[in-house]
Design a protein around this ligand. Structure first.
Ligand code: NAI
Ligand code: UGA
Length: 444
């Protein structure tokens, strides 16, 4: 099928290339001309494992192209909306201006029988607001929220664990669901369930999924604080809870909390929308508050460990991206804590395998180095802030030889703390300073 993908950011670029790889004829539209040039030249505009190869392969087939002119979307039968929905100026509700502009620019191109399919994450009710404009042009709106994770974006797109399709209860709605069934046929053939529902439930499904994931993480972070106070071990606790299939073992990782371009802003927007609807989402407001406090708590812990003063101390921060296998620093806990320590007068040196350029643009006053060994050289303290596998593999004895003082805060509870302590490090995890550790007599 001939498709257009409007908005070629993290979501749209991956979606466009993945749809071309499934055999569709795709034009990706973005109003950022530099981005379009990069994509046309086959250069992935951000780091996502496998994306560079997928772009090269699909551009070579001739089934994928990019343009900054919306008119080039005219020949498509189905248009995916993948533009950003960041936080609005109030810092809470979703900014829907990009989406509205994208729809307005598409309206003159729509032909009877066309489909417009929203993938952007939106507050419930957005689709029904847009549906009338689109049906007035003879086309049909559907909502097909996206659940991909950065770092796994291609696999998540091509092998989704579910496909949600929200449609209106009209003939056009039925045809839209059929069209999406055809588009995703290879994914459905390999077992992905397709759930056809109404527009509002589809929108809500996306917000609810992110809210639930955020809740799991904040729940475990609250447990980490209790474990710290009680002398228990939150990583062991997570393992025990995870054996219960009703709970599940994923997203139970305590530490410095969640970040990124989605969970934090989506949760805030969810709460804001619930408020507009007169519904009570206080629990989710608390989830966000718990998360925000992780960052200040981690910075404070470092200050305490450095005997109450970080001014002039050299602190190495391992990681700037909000998670490993990504160069995304949007709302990154790592960069936030690094900046807090910088504001307190520490000489912060940040390293990251792929996010330094983005981090420097966002926090230019911090010092950066591409090499973790350089970051550690002469450091008075180390904070592991992003659980990149190469940081998990660091040899603690080699690291100890580089620093001025072997003091590490493991903000992701991902290091083999016994090995680090054996190599002479003063190790602090988040909620892992329990009796287990005390039994070894090495934490204090
Ligand atoms: N990043 C992710 O992993 C996921 C993102 N989402 C949702 O997808 C949406 C997009 O997110 P990202 O791709 O991360 O954002 P992004 O900011 O990386 O990309 C948005 C792109 O849209 C372009 N754009 C904005 N207005 C446009 C217009 N009128 N015409 C053409 N292009 C336009 C921008 O230039 C930019 O390249 C958001 O609603 C987000 O919540 C959903 C699932 C996963
Ligand atoms: O709406 C979105 O854009 C996406 O948001 C998240 O995906 P993503 O932002 O790529 O990142 P996650 O892997 O979910 O991690 C989010 C944050 O939570 C943190 N995290 C994750 C898991 C955990 O146990 N503990 C924890 O602190 C990560 O370090 C990271 O900062 C969701 O997982 C996706 O399903 C969703 O599509």
């Amino acid at each position: 099928m001939r498709l257009s993908v409007i908005g070629c950011g993290y979501l749209g670029t991956v979606h466009a290339a993945a749809m071309a790889s499934l055999g569709h004829d795709v034009v990706g539209i973005d109003h950022d001309l530099t981005r379009v040039h990069e994509l046309t030249a086959g250069r992935a505009p951000f780091f996502e494992p496998g994306l560079q190869q997928l772009l090269t392969d699909t551009l070579t087939t001739g089934r994928l192209r990019f343009s900054n002119d919306i008119a080039d979307a005219a020949s498509a039968r189905l248009h995916f909306l993948c533009v950003g929905t960041p936080s609005a100026a109030d810092g809470a509700s979703a900014e829907l201006g990009f989406l509205r502009t994208a729809v307005s620019s598409l309206l003159p191109l729509l032909k009877p029988g066309d489909f417009v399919v929203g993938k952007s994450t939106v507050p419930v009710g957005t689709a029904s607001d847009l549906a009338a404009q689109i049906s007035a042009a003879g086309a049909t709106l559907a909502w097909n929220p996206e659940f991909l994770r950065e770092g796994h974006a291609i696999a998540d797109t091509l092998h989704p664990d579910r496909i949600v399709v929200g449609v209106e209860d009209t003939v056009g709605g039925v045809l839209a669901a059929e069209a999406l069934h055809d588009i995703y046929a290879p994914c459905i053939a390999e077992g992905a369930p397709i759930i056809v529902t109404d527009l509002a439930t589809a929108e809500l499904a996306k917000g609810a999924a992110n809210a639930f994931l955020a809740t799991k993480i904040s729940f475990m972070n609250m447990m980490a604080d209790i474990a710290d106070a009680a002398g228990a071990d939150v990583t062991g606790l997570a393992q025990i809870l995870g054996h219960d299939p009703r709970i599940g073992s994923r997203y139970l990782g305590a530490g410095i909390g969640y970040g990124g371009g989605c969970l934090p802003k989506d949760l805030r927007a969810f709460v804001a929308r619930a408020g507009e609807l007169g519904a009570d989402a206080e629990m989710l407001r608390q989830v966000n508050l718990v998360n925000a406090r992780r960052r200040t708590a981690a910075a404070q812990r470092l200050v305490e460990l450095l005997d109450g003063a970080v001014e002039g101390r050299r602190v190495a921060v391992l990681g700037a991206a909000f998670k490993p296998d990504s160069d995304d620093v949007r709302d990154s806990p790592a960069l936030d804590i690094a900046s807090q320590l910088g504001s307190l007068g520490a000489r912060v040196v940040v390293t990251d395998p792929s996010a330094i350029e983005n981090a420097r643009a966002k926090a230019p006053r911090l010092e950066y180095t591409a090499s973790w060994t350089e970051a550690l050289r002469g450091a008075d303290a180390v904070l592991l802030a992003t659980d990149w596998s190469e940081y998990k593999r660091i040899d603690p004895a080699r690291a100890a030889a580089l620093v001025a003082r072997p003091l590490i805060v493991d903000g992701r509870n991902c290091l083999d703390w016994e090995a680090w302590i054996a190599a002479g490090w003063q190790y602090t995890g988040i909620g892992v300073r329990g009796p287990f550790a005390t039994a070894h007599g090495q934490f204090e």
